[in-house]
Design a binder for this molecule. Structure first.
Ligand code: GTP
Ligand code: IMP
Ligand code: MG
Length: 332
């Protein structure tokens, strides 16, 4: 059995969607299973000129042969899920674990109205109140939503009986409820161990943990952000981004925060890093697909990451398309 887990190593929006779609197309997993968060996530995927903006279904969907599973730990907004199934023409490819929790309108309203949610700058998708209800055993599960009935199944049975599984997390390590910048975090832990538990895989099943980091740091919502630039400054150097779910401007630090990334790599037990947007930091790298074609500055940056974090950089993003990747996993 071969299980690869992909998690975020910063504040979310590291470009997990792009890395996952590449892995789905090249490693050909039979099942792609999503853990972590819920519709608070926003993953952007570009492939063959088409753009996908994904919140709930696995972002490896561009690999058409793979079955798509959503684990018991993921909070489900039925409207968001059904819209994605229709928009991406997923037909019967998707299965939601029957034990997953349903986000109701009441929970979304609570999240939108709460003073504490405003302080934290949540996505107002009902995540916090629903997770709290689950812990209090007052939440409803997806079995109470008739429109979801035909998608429900047993995700642990599926992933444990499949040879090649790709597991995708959401958000990023610094937003983990346990290890992030509490209280400015999301409502759940989002480290690799939890993501695996959420889709029903035990620790001995995992082969590779790929932690995705962007070549610089961004954050949406409140909380500490050392080295933060103004929107104007970030625009000047081409690093100003806007959120996929909320459209909010992301806060930018042009550098990596080494101690955070080292801790994230340790707790996730990452054996590979994937570094995205190297071409934003080093424009000469754009669209390169071979490591040898990178210029000296970019190569030195990759070497610096490996030295400081102590983990091999197995994948490098050099452009927006799912195929704009340098894959060094096989190189010793
Ligand atoms: P996750 O939440 O981690 O999945 O990231 P995200 O999808 O939220 O990030 P964002 O909304 O910033 O979208 C990423 C965008 O950048 C998408 O359009 C990707 O195609 C693109 N992108 C991803 N990786 C790279 C890269 O290495 N270089 C460039 N130029 N673009 C990239
Ligand atoms: P919540 O998850 O909606 O409760 O939001 C809590 C915090 O996590 C806020 O700062 C959000 O901006 C942030 N957050 C949640 N999901 C994501 C994500 O997918 N990307 C980036 N930030 C996120
Ligand atoms: Mg995102």
């Amino acid at each position: 059995m071969s299980v690869t887990v992909v998690v975020g190593g910063q504040y979310g929006d590291e470009g997990k969607g792009k890395i996952i779609s590449y892995l789905a197309l090249h490693d050909k997993p039979e099942v792609i299973a999503r853990g972590g968060g819920g519709p608070n996530a926003g993953h952007s995927v570009e492939y063959k000129g088409k753009k996908y903006s994904i919140r709930l279904v696995p972002s490896g969907l561009v690999e058409k042969e793979a079955k798509l599973a959503i684990g018991a730990g993921v909070l489900i907004d039925a409207d968001v899920f059904l819209k994605e199934v229709a928009n991406f023409e997923l037909g019967n490819r998707c299965i939601i674990d029957r034990r997953a929790t349903l986000i109701t309108q009441e929970m979304k309203d609570l999240d939108a109205a709460s003073e504490n949610s405003k302080k934290i700058g949540t996505t107002k998708t009902g995540m916090g109140p629903t997770q709290a209800a689950r812990a209090s055993r007052t939440a409803t599960t997806v079995e109470s939503e008739p429109r979801l009935k035909k998608y429900l199944g047993d995700v642990p049975e599926l992933v444990n009986s499949t040879k090649n599984v790709l597991v995708e997390g959401s958000q990023g390590f610094m937003l983990s409820n346990l290890y992030g910048t509490y209280p400015f975090v999301t409502s759940k832990d989002v480290s690799a161990s939890t993501i695996c538990a959420e889709v029903g895989l035990g620790p001995r099943k995992v082969k590779d943990v790929i932690m995705v980091i962007k070549a610089y740091t961004t954050r949406v919502g409140s909380g500490p952000m050392p080295g933060e630039l103004s929107e104007e400054e970030a625009k000047k150097i081409g690093m100003q981004e806007y959120g996929t779910v909320t459209g909010r401007p992301r806060r930018t630090n042009p550098n990596l925060v080494w101690d955070e990334i080292k801790t994230a790599a340790m707790i996730n037990s990452a054996n590979y890093l994937a570094v995205t947007k190297l071409d934003v930091k080093f424009p000469k790298c754009a669209k390169k697909r071979k490591f040898d074609e990178l210029d000296a500055d970019a190569k030195a940056f990759v070497a610096e990451i490996e030295k400081k974090v102590g983990v091999k950089v197995g994948l490098i993003g050099t452009g927006a398309d799912a195929e704009d990747i340098i894959d060094r996993r096989a190189v010793q």
